[in-house]
Structure formats: structure tokens, C-alpha cells
Design a binder for this molecule. Structure first.
Ligand SMILES: [Zn+2]
Length: 304
């Protein structure tokens, strides 16, 4: 059954949240964890984030008086101890994003929990506050991860896309993401022949994001923008973000808030419980088991 339209505070039509995943070197360290190569190319691309990109983004947000949420792997906080205090000082929210940017499919439940506890301790020590939210590297989650977040009193996750406004999954508040409003799919470019396409022109991506914002207002959508400072701290992308956010901020019927503020609104408003879903993997496994197609006959086929 379809749920009723989402309700935003003060009669606002829709909401916008600006988030950054402050990955910097962390994903490179994860993929190099068996042995760090002597190569500097990709590492220096990523180091542009903490050196310059992040600060350009923060200055841009200050010009618009917009506060965002910065999901930061705790190894980045360790390597660059100036970042989290600066985010707090400038009024932004700091969220969890693993320790070494652990990729879910390559991590056991126990390893995930160890990394989560380590990241909680580091972020809490550097910000003098317990973080309220978590975003999974590469936006993958499992029911076990949701349980581990709830066990530690984490108020919300921001990794899934089952609605385009807040909801609950297995009892945890979800502040949903959307791949088409993520900078990485348009701009990330590693070089060395591994990329499938060149980086998009930032102004074209900005036009598409404004289209999504305008179209989503009819549905009461949360426009969840996700950027990475090492990618979007480059000149034309900062200019694009300032244009998109300036356009949003000029509307008086849009709520611009951090992910934590949106999670608190969800929990304390009459939206709470209205969009509650379960991860629901067991009925799906049973449906597969009832299917006449067996695993042996399914293997080797590529049709989807
Ligand atoms: Zn990330």
C-alpha cells in the first residue's frame, strides 16, 4: 500500500541536504592494505581534497550560509587532525564513514564492528561529541550492519535509496541517498586507461541536479546531494555547486538542513513510523527456493 506524502516542517514543500564524503586517501589505503605501492598519481589526486578542495567547499557553503554533513573515514581524521575541529567550528555536522573506508562485500561483520567502534572513538575524541549518523562506504548495507548501528545508539544511516524522503528500515532512521545526485559517477577519473568515460562538464551536471530539484518538489522529495572534496573541490565543480545551492536557497518553501537535523525531524514528527520497512531478505530467499530454476541451472547464464 502506498504511504501518504511526506510532511516537512513549517509547511515546506521539499528539503535539500548537502553532504560530503570526505574520503581523501581512505579508499586508496583500503585497496592498498596488503601493501602500499610507491605510486603517487592517484594518491596526489586524492590529497587535493584535504589540502585544497575541502576548504573551497567550506568557503562556498559559508558564502551561502548553508550547513552540511561531512561523513569522514576516521583514518582521514587521524591523518588530517585539523579537519574535524574545523568542520565543527564552522557549524557543520560530522558523520561516520568507516575507519579505512571498509567495503562491505570485503568485510566481515566482526571487522565492520571493530572499524565502527574505532571510528566512533576517533570522531568523538576530535569533535567532543558523539556522532549521530553513519554513511556506508559505497552505500552498501546489511541487516547486521543496521543492527550494529542500533546497538551503539547511532540515530540514523544515510546509505540506502528505498524512498526519496526519510524512512525507517529495521527500526533505524534512513536519510536516503540517490546515485544521480552523487558527484563521483560524473566526475571521478582515475587515469591510466581504467576509466570508461571522460569527466562530465560540471555545468551540465548542475543543470540535471536543478531539474531533479524542481521535479522533486511536487513529491516532497529530499534532494540529498553527495560530493567528495577531492573530486568536487576542483574549480568548475565548486562554481556549479554554488549555482545549484544558490538556486535552492533562493526558494522560501524549501528546508535546507543537515542529515542529523532531518533525522531528528523524522523521529519527532508525525512521519515517524509511517514509512517503516523491513530489510525483508528471508521472504525473498524463500521465493527463490520456490522457483523452478536451481542454482546449477542458473550458473553460467548472463541474461538479466
Ligand atoms: Zn566514501
Amino acid at each position: 500500500m502506498r504511504a501518504p506524502p511526506y510532511r516537512w516542517p513549517d509547511g515546506k514543500r521539499s528539503a535539500v541536504c548537502f553532504t560530503a564524503d570526505v574520503d581523501a586517501e581512505a579508499p586508496y589505503l583500503w585497496t592498498s592494505r596488503a601493501g602500499l605501492p610507491q605510486h603517487l598519481g592517484l594518491l596526489e589526486q586524492r590529497r587535493f581534497g584535504p589540502r585544497e578542495g575541502l576548504w573551497r567547499i567550506l568557503d562556498m557553503l559559508d558564502r551561502l550560509s548553508i550547513k552540511g554533513t561531512f561523513f569522514t573515514p576516521s583514518v582521514v581524521a587521524e591523518l588530517h587532525p585539523e579537519i574535524l575541529p574545523a568542520l565543527v567550528e564552522r557549524g557543520h555536522e560530522v558523520g561516520l564513514h568507516g575507519h579505512l573506508h571498509e567495503i562491505v562485500s570485503e568485510t566481515t561483520r566482526a571487522e565492520f564492528e571493530d572499524a565502527l567502534d574505532r571510528s566512533l572513538a576517533i570522531v568523538e575524541a576530535q569533535t567532543k561529541a558523539r556522532p549521530a549518523g553513519f554513511r556506508s562506504p559505497a552505500w552498501e548495507m546489511t541487516p547486521g550492519m543496521i543492527g550494529a548501528l542500533k546497538d551503539r545508539g547511532i540515530a540514523y544511516d544515510s546509505s540506502l535509496s528505498g524512498y526519496d524522503h526519510p524512512y525507517e528500515i529495521d527500526g533505524l532512521v534512513e536519510i536516503p541517498v540517490q546515485w544521480q545526485i552523487d558527484d563521483a559517477i560524473f566526475f571521478r577519473f582515475f587515469g591510466g586507461g581504467v576509466d570508461k568515460w571522460p569527466p562530465a562538464r560540471a555545468a551540465d551536471v548542475g543543470d540535471a541536479w536543478i531539474d531533479e530539484f524542481e521535479a522533486g518538489r511536487a513529491y516532497g522529495q529530499l534532494l540529498m546531494i553527495t560530493i567528495h572534496p577531492w573530486i568536487s573541490g576542483r574549480a568548475q565543480r565548486v562554481a556549479m555547486l554554488e549555482r545549484v545551492l544558490g538556486r535552492v536557497a533562493a526558494q522560501d518553501d524549501v528546508w535546507i538542513a543537515t542529515a542529523g537535523e532531518i533525522a531528528r525531524w523524522h523521529e519527532t514528527s508525525d512521519n515517524a513510523g509511517v514509512y517503516a520497512v523491513e530489510s525483508g531478505l528471508e521472504p525473498l530467499a524463500e521465493a527463490i527456493a520456490r522457483s523452478p530454476i536451481t542454482t546449477s541451472s542458473a550458473s553460467g547464464r548472463t541474461a538479466r
